[in-house]
Ligand binder design. Structure first.
Ligand SMILES: Cc1cc2nc3c(=O)[nH]c(=O)nc-3n(C[C@H](O)[C@H](O)[C@H](O)COP(=O)(O)OP(=O)(O)OC[C@H]3O[C@@H](n4cnc5c(N)ncnc54)[C@H](O)[C@@H]3O)c2cc1C
Length: 396
């Protein structure tokens, strides 16, 4: 796609976000799920007809065949609303699941699960983290899947399975080969959730909100849960390798979504401080301490964006493996930038920033998790530092 055409497309997406997506946010904030999802479905259909659906997927699965750099730019614009990625069919965890199935699944899985997922007819989830084992080292996970005859029998408990409520299937990460080397013990298996061996125990209250449907995180249990052997994704024992490949592109989309959120909060902060009179002759915007927050937030957003764009360039030219350290770097850098910009916006808005009369409080509550999911800050910093220290030896 030529640069001019792509810029027009970004402008179209921005208009849809401003005119059709943001007006639906009050339904989200007042937890009116049913009318919200009805309207989101109508909007998704309209977006499909404009050929703006599933920018993360290749054309062969109904996507748009974009470069990583182009996808990242869309992720920022659509990310300005918590409903944006869902409306354009590129929301986590479905996006990562669809990309994974496209790369690794057999024909049966592709036609029965990937097709309806990529068309937005069903939702899915991804169950790897467990309450009783450290998610930051998933080689410790202990959910098992045993091949008995021609079925996998799965046992274990998972939590923080995002969007499990109402999903049609999950991808489960389970130990299939306990005696194998650490990184070859686990496999990924598709489990349709209408299964007597599966139970959604609860939607976990997170910062006071249990949520529901797409906006929830569940604790789920598998008890002698049987699925046919052809529900295995890729090769047996390849679970960790595939998990890394699933998370790589997802991190770019998260980082750019966070930049979109930061931009939205930044704009709300600017609008508020300009009109908030604090003396008869001055507004908050006249205060140097507020101006400092504005300047620092703007610099942090631009620095994060430049770093992600550099990462996308490496990916597009040399592939994901070459960008491994950049991906760790942007993951913690953008998550921390996000937290600081949201906090600056909330602080500048005073009591209003704490309410659901603006979207800032929602972002503050929901996005603290950015520093934890897809690898906590510490894990990415350790991995980056180790590699830098190793290469500094070689540079001597
Ligand atoms: C909102 C949200 C959505 C999520 N969605 C999903 C999902 O859809 N599917 C799924 O499977 N999981 C999901 N997760 C789980 C997430 O991936 C894990 O929370 C994450 O991997 C960390 O694991 P843990 O919570 O067990 O923390 P732990 O591994 O117990 O670590 C606790 C803390 O210790 C620190 N730490 C960890 N390792 C080190 C180290 N080596 N050195 C120093 N400090 C360290 C970090 O600060 C970390 O936050 C989600 C989590 C959240 C909060």
């Amino acid at each position: 796609m030529k640069q001019g055409e792509f810029s027009d497309m970004l402008n179209d997406i921005q208009s849809i976000i401003n005119e059709q997506v943001i007006p639906l946010e009050p339904l989200l904030l007042s937890q009116q799920w049913k009318p919200l999802f009805k309207q989101l479905d109508q909007l998704r259909s309209a977006i499909k007809t404009k050929n703006l659906w599933a920018p993360n997927l290749p054309l062969s699965v109904g996507g748009m065949n974009l470069s990583t750099k182009q996808l990242a730019q869309i992720a920022e614009v659509a990310g300005q609303s918590p409903l944006g990625h869902y409306c354009f069919g590129c929301q986590a965890p479905d996006a990562g699941n669809a990309e994974l199935l496209h790369m690794y699944a057999n024909d049966f899985i592709k036609s029965n699960f990937l097709l309806p997922l990529s068309e937005g007819k069903i939702r899915s989830c991804f169950a790897m983290t467990e309450p009783h084992t450290a998610g930051s080292n998933p080689t410790l996970l202990d959910t098992t899947a045993e091949l008995v005859g021609d079925h996998w029998v799965i046992n274990g408990t998972k939590w923080f399975t995002t969007a499990a409520d109402g999903a049609k299937f999950t991808i489960v990460m389970a130990v299939t080969d306990p005696e194998a080397p650490r990184h070859q013990r686990a496999s990924m298996i598709i489990v349709p959730l209408e299964n007597t061996g599966y139970k959604n125990l609860r939607n976990i209250p997170v910062m006071g909100h249990a949520g529901s449907g797409y906006f929830s995180h569940s604790e789920v249990k598998f008890t002698d849960c049987k699925v046919p052997s052809n529900h295995l994704i890729g090769q047996r024992g390849q679970g960790f390798k595939m998990a890394q490949q699933r998370l790589g592109p997802g991190r770019i989309q998260h980082c750019m979504r966070w930049i979109g959120i930061a931009k939205r909060c930044f704009n709300l902060m600017c609008q508020h401080v300009k009109q908030r009179q604090i003396t008869p002759n001055s507004t908050l915007a006249d205060q140097a301490i507020i101006q400092s927050k504005i300047a620092e937030s703007f610099a942090a957003m631009n620095a994060s964006r430049a770093l992600v764009m550099e990462t996308t360039q490496i990916i597009d030219e040399q592939g994901f493996d070459a960008a491994k350290h950049h991906i760790s770097m942007i993951k913690f850098e953008c998550a921390n930038m996000l937290q600081s910009v949201i906090d600056n916006a909330l602080q500048s808005m005073g009591a209003l920033g704490m309410t659901d009369d603006s979207i800032v409080a929602f972002f503050y509550r929901e996005e603290r998790a950015a520093r934890i999911y897809d690898g906590p800050d510490e894990v990415h910093k350790i991995s980056l530092a180790k590699s830098l220290l190793k290469s500094s030896d070689q540079n001597h």
